[in-house]
Design a protein around this ligand. Sequence first.
Ligand code: PEP
Ligand code: MG
Length: 316
Amino acid sequence: AYLNRVRAWKGPGRTSDGYGVELLANVGNGDAAVKAAAGESEGVGLFRTELSFLSAPTEPTIEDQAAIYREVLEPYAGRGGHTHVVIRTLDAGSDKPLAFANFETEENPALGVRGLRLATDNPELLAHQLDAIAAAKSGLDIDVWVMAPMVATVAEARDFAKSCRDRGLWPGVMVEVPAVALNADQVLAEVEFFSIGTNDLTQYAMASDRLSPHLAALNDPWQPAVLRLIQMAAQAGLRANKPVGVCGEAAADPLLACVLAGLGVTSLSMASPALPAVGVQLGDVTIEQCRQAAQAAVTAPDAVTAKARAAALLGA
Ligand code: PEP
Ligand code: MG
């Protein structure tokens, strides 16, 4: 019966009492966007642009980049409403090095020059990418949001936002570095939205390499300390009346998705096959249940207890 409900699920994302939580797709290329758009996704919450260039020896031209980005925008164009696609600027470095962007090997690549940090030494790379995004969008009826990965400071958010606005693009930043969650009001004041990358936020909050098979218990977004950082970012969003989504793997866990909604997160973005199970679970609970589960999880002493408490309160 459960599987039938998952198969039959039609968006949009809502709790049983009608509280909307936007359900979006994570995509890496145009094919994935076509598939996701044919399903129940309400838009794209994360387009990982670096995945298109993992084997590129040199920086792709602005025209080549624009053609790739347009393939992700087109399947969602013309839908109207608030349909949007969030394009992430290159998250090169660490687990995803790009030959043309990352030059030297680093002692601690996860803590090194990755994501937006590349723009300090190589501002042209970001400028070209933003030019390409602006070109890709031209003539299409679609809202394009642009976000930077690995932001740590207010100044980085401010500079990135200016580069976007100069090109008519709607800027946001990812919350992956705990410093941004701790300083959420000030960072959010510089941009239009947050997107919480729970994969990296967990790795940095728990000081545990996300690629290490030995550290899975630490690398768990149910860790109450991680939930607290998410809560800080989400509550800053509610104060500022700006959207705060989650685009890490945590969003695809149906129970955790309810907890994230209860913490104040306004959208959840995941690989599109995960959307129906999350949609069904959200539709089974009220927003008040989500808030109670969130409160119980955030105050738990450990990840296992957080999950057990949330499951009990969500009737799962
Ligand atoms: C994240 O860190 O949660 C995220 C969505 O980005 P990536 O997994 O690409 O680092
Ligand atoms: Mg990340």
